[in-house]
Design a protein around this ligand. Structure first.
Ligand code: NAG
Length: 744
């Protein structure tokens, strides 16, 4: 049985778990994360401004991690308020705060995370005299295409340790209109700093709409002008690091200028929120001694004209000039031309002459064709197995179970049909780069590697003993899914309905190792514990394994050696996850199988390296019934259903000009002040987009509220029995593909 080996593996696994939990505690325990996210909002008009509030958590914000994408959201602004502008919790319009107002963070155009310098934080909640609420304003430029729910927001990293320096943002803004037909028109702001404590600007951001050309700010101290920052506002808008140390003393003059070009305009352009209006903003992020009196208890703003003549006469010319071209950034910052959406393209119950049975698996062959694994006339129901997990009907399915489909056109075009008289209860499928086909058969408890030879499937090898369930190296029990690593051809198998483990085999089918264990009790969400690992997918570029931990309602993310890293879950929205697939162009896609709560079955999308999903999509025509499998390639997403013994195959198309070669590109480092090589890496796209089409007011459902208390990467230190060899976990406790409600 190899029990000894398994037990020692168990110890290694748990030791590792323990070490991870401990190191997380030591290094990061004082930092928790709080996600402020929209809760499935669908904008229904152009220039839709919405905001929501939450009680400020207590502590010091040390990092802002944006959870959005320029193709969906035009900008987000985070405010610290004495009181929110509305008691509603969520509201529409431009209002943000009542009473004192602090800007904490601004995001647009795929700006990356902003991590503050060491020993600097924004005090909030009890740590601050005036910031009692956080308000996030989200500006959607256009409604989405299709049925999309947005979960954009900001993940706040909050430290409980009081830093020596407090951060704040001073906003320069001009309300002056811009006259038409000016090659270069300047709006100016200037203020005298009256405080006693020194200010140290360390990052800045500029913002205008389409007519802005250069935005700059300077300080004048002892008759000497020093640049705070300057930037072309058409470049991706992020907080850029200020390289040299600066200080602002009492009585220093602060001045800022926006340069606009209004050629081709026939009338005045007002300052305002709409895409067709303009803005002139310079955000100066600074820190000051935490023990000193707050020089801006009501918020730091400058839209004055202090010493106006001096400021205009002396303002450094470099601050008003056009900056040298930066083609890469300009390219990234191009206007988003496509309206974001996920569009239902097709849904079929038949491919060629094949009426689809339950679609259990999907994959893509090396030519990009869709490969469908389906059960034909066979249906998995409560009569399929005996109490020892042994299949009752031991005859093969006679119809073709594997269909190779060209999905490029409007119809699903059958290219090849295979897999007659071979399988008993199809489940998972994977096609590798050499067009080897791997399948799991939950009927025979086997995994097969196959090749197409002369139009027929030839078995290269099989793992698992036919019809004999088990939990050792030679036996599976209803193995659910298979994925193959590009790096070395290793085969990863999730096993499955009765065991709770993932096994690794070499490319020629030799056992290497396994990881995972059964959850020790209900809702045991310890990392590494499974309750029905149902699907598996590999992110080769970043060496990660994703496992749909079905009945635990989450996706778990592992290193290639099986060390759990984090999970993705949200139990108030879904309680199970049937399928998960990593697609390099967009990140992780996953889908629950059975609807729960407010938001029925949607496919969810999590960008690379994130633990929070950012949007969800579903069909417009009808709801999903029992989606079982999701696979994405390029901008296409396919979903297979198993409802009522009848298969339904969906094709969706993601409309975005933000298709990435690999989405890890997007998450390149932000203004990370902890790193020596601080990378103000620029990404993303445009400045303003001004869709002024106001859509008819539809009823809209607001499901937004702050989502509080998500603690990132925090392994629970629960000690639990290594249940993966517990015989009690080896009963037919699960479950058919069908709803648990129907099944004993
Ligand atoms: C703003 O300042 C510049 C000098 O930097 C000056 O040329 C321009 O006329 C000023 N603009 C306005 C509207 O006063």
């Amino acid at each position: 049985m190899g029990t000894h080996k398994h037990v020692s593996f168990g110890i290694i696994c748990c030791l590792l778990n323990y070490l991870i939990a401990t190191s997380v505690k030591k290094t990061f325990d004082e930092v928790t994360t709080v996600a402020m996210q929209m809760q499935g909002y669908s904008p229904d008009r152009g220039d839709d401004y919405v905001a929501f509030s939450m009680h400020a958590p207590n502590g010091y914000i040390v990092e802002f991690e944006p959870l959005s994408d320029a193709s969906r959201v035009h900008h987000m602004l985070l405010y610290g308020c004495e009181e929110p502008a509305s008691d509603a919790g969520f509201w529409r319009g431009h209002d943000t705060c009542r009473g004192s107002t602090h800007i904490l963070y601004a995001w647009a155009r795929n700006a990356p995370s902003l991590k503050l310098p060491k020993n600097v934080g924004f005090p909030v909640g009890e740590a601050s005299p005036s910031i009692k609420y956080l308000v996030l304003q989200v500006h959607y430029a256009t409604p989405f295409q299709g049925r999309v729910k947005d979960f954009s927001g900001i993940n706040l990293h909050i430290s409980s340790v009081r830093p020596n320096n407090f951060a704040d943002v001073l906003l320069f803004s001009s309300g002056e209109p811009i006259p038409p037909n000016q090659e270069a028109y300047f709006t100016n702001m200037s203020c005298t700093y009256n405080g006693n404590v020194k200010l140290h600007p360390f990052a800045f951001r500029t913002h205008t709409h389409k007519m802005g050309r250069t935005v700059s700010a300077y300080l004048k101290h002892d008759n000497k002008w020093t640049e705070i920052g300057k930037r072309n506002p058409q470049w991706p808008q992020l907080f850029q690091k200020i390289e040299k140390p600066l200080e602002i003393n009492g009585n220093d003059l602060l001045a800022a200028t926006c340069r606009f070009e209004s050629t081709g305009k026939n009338e005045m352009t007002e300052m305002g929120h709409m895409g067709s209006s303009e803005m002139c903003n310079f955000y100066m992020m600074f820190y000051r001694d935490a023990d000193a009196e707050d020089p801006f208890p009501n918020g730091a703003f400058c839209s004055d004209y202090a010493s106006r003549e001096v400021a205009i006469r002396e303002y450094p010319v470099e601050g008003t000039q056009i900056l040298p071209k930066h083609p890469e950034w300009e390219e990234q910052a191009k206007q988003a031309e496509i309206t974001f959406g996920v569009i239902e393209k097709n849904s079929v119950t038949k491919i060629g002459k094949n009426k689809l049975g339950q679609i259990s698996g999907l994959s893509f062959d090396k030519n990009g064709n869709l490969v469908v694994f389906q059960r034909g006339s066979r249906v998995w129901n409560q009569y399929s197995y005996d109490y020892n997990n042994i299949l009752i009907d031991k005859t093969t399915i006679q119809e073709p179970t594997i269909l190779i489909v060209d999905t490029r056109g409007n119809e699903m075009k059958l290219l090849q049909e295979l897999g007659q008289d071979l399988f008993y209860m199809p489940h998972g499928i994977f096609v590798d780069d050499s067009n080897y086909i791997y399948v799991t058969d939950v009927g025979s408890h086997q995994v097969h590697k196959l090749k197409i030879v002369d139009g027929k499937l030839k078995v290269i090898f099989s793992i698992g003993e036919k019809f004999v369930p088990g939990n050792d190296r030679e036996h599976f029990c209803k193995p659910t899914a298979v994925a193959v690593s590009k790096a070395d051809g290793s085969i990863y198998i999730s096993d499955g309905y009765c065991n709770n483990r993932v096994l690794k085999f070499t490319k020629d089918g030799r056992y290497v190792t396994e990881f995972g264990q059964g959850s020790a009790y209900q809702n045991d969400l310890t990392l590494g514990s499974f309750n029905l690992p149902h699907d598996i997918s590999i992110d080769d570029a970043n060496s990660k394994i994703y496992v749909a931990d079905r009945e635990n309602g989450r996706v778990q993310v592992f290193n290639m050696d099986g060390t759990p890293i984090y999970d993705i879950k949200k139990s108030d929205i879904f309680s199970n996850v049937y399928s998960a697939h990593y697609c390099p162009n967009h990140g992780l896609f996953f889908i629950p199988g059975i609807a729960k709560g407010k938001i029925p079955d949607f496919g969810y999308v999590v960008p690379h390296n994130r633990s929070l999903f950012e949007y969800a999509f579903g069909p417009k025509s009808v709801d999903f019934k029992l989606p079982h499998i999701i696979r994405a390639r390029g901008n296409n997403v396919f979903i297979g259903e198993i409802s009522d013994g009848q298969g339904l195959l969906w094709k969706f198309e993601i409309e975005t000009d933000n298709l990435l070669k690999d989405s890890s590109e997007r998450i390149a480092n932000g203004a990370n002040f902890d790193d020596k090589v601080s990378s103000i890496h620029l990404e993303g796209t445009p400045s303003s987009s001004g869709n002024l089409v106001l859509f008819a007011m539809l009823t809209f459902i607001i499901v937004a509220s702050a989502y509080f208390g998500y603690k990132k990467f925090k392994a629970k230190k629960t000690i639990h029995a290594p249940a993966f060899f517990d015989k009690s976990g080896f009963q037919p406790l699960s479950t058919d593909d069908h709803s648990d409600d129907e099944m004993a």
